[in-house]
Write a protein of this length. Structure first.
Length: 280
């Protein structure tokens, strides 16, 4: 079964600035809801709340983790809100859905000694290793999401002012200061349409293998580096507000292209962590 108005909904997400990765996730999650409707032989446009209550149990019986169930419920809610707003349905049956409670777990940050091995000691032996090191440097040095990193173009970088213009979640832009020690990375990668012209799966693989080889640390992925960036900034004296602004967290509630915290203050926070001391 194919959900009615699905393509229109996905186009709506695209217009609102959702990334293609997000849109594909919605497509996959809603395909499972379509399977649920087909199994119970119900019309998605007229499904009752009583039937909708059975969807989380259906997902649980499929062996899905609570985090996956929560994501699929979020997709179904968004889809039905869209149908209601467009007048395709008169009542929203998904309001009955509740997501399972999830444990608040943050990835363990990479210890500073492992980061220093990657940043200061590692000499890449080939192009793939250089690509991995460049990604590690930028992810750790800016706190970008992997989707933000892989979408960077030369036009997003102004090394004269030391600023990255980053398109984050929901199509919102923010300004991220770049430490001068990262300038050579960006200069090296200015040749094409995108600075890092690979897909996220290869990026994950290269970064994971690099940490295993160079630092003997396993399980490192891009979001771990983002969390490590934030943790090390806070440990270096940055206030939480500054870190939230740099990371572009939705909880800040801002839609401006430039952040509320001054770029000068952000640079001060960077310098306290990265420092400009002599390397030895």
């Amino acid at each position: 079964m194919s959900l009615p108005y699905l393509e229109e909904f996905l186009t709506h997400l695209r217009v609102r600035g959702r990334s293609e990765n997000t849109i594909n996730s919605y497509r996959r999650d809603l395909a499972q809801f379509a399977d649920f409707c087909e199994t119970l032989k119900v019309d998605p446009l007229t499904v009752s709340r009583d039937v909708m209550r059975r969807f989380p149990l259906y997902l649980k019986d499929s062996g899905l983790a609570p985090s996956s169930i929560a994501r699929k419920i979020t997709a179904v809610r968004a889809f039905y809100r869209f149908l209601l707003q467009r007048g395709y349905i008169k009542k929203d049956p998904s309001v009955i859905l509740t997501s399972p409670k999830l444990p608040k777990r943050l990835p363990r940050p990479v210890n500073l000694s492992a980061i220093m091995k990657m940043v200061r000691e590692w000499e890449p032996e080939n192009e793939q290793e250089q690509l991995a090191k460049d990604m590690v440097l930028v992810l750790y040095g800016t706190g970008l999401r992997i989707s933000e990193l892989l979408s960077l173009t030369p036009a997003d970088i102004d090394l004269n002012s030391g600023i990255l213009r980053v398109k984050g979640k929901g199509g919102k832009y923010r300004a991220v200061p770049v430490h001068p020690k990262l300038y050579p990375v960006f200069e090296r990668r200015m040749g094409g349409e995108r600075l890092f012209p690979i897909d996220r799966f290869k990026a994950y693989r290269l970064i994971r293998r690099a940490f295993e080889k160079v630092a003997g640390v396993y399980g490192v992925h891009p979001h771990v580096l983002r969390h490590t960036f934030a943790t090390h900034l806070l440990e270096g004296g940055a206030d939480l507000k500054t870190v939230q602004e740099i990371l572009g967290h939705a909880s800040i509630g801002t839609t401006q292209i430039y952040t509320k915290v001054s770029l000068r203050r952000m640079r001060e926070m960077y310098n306290r962590v990265w420092g400009d001391e002599e390397e030895g």
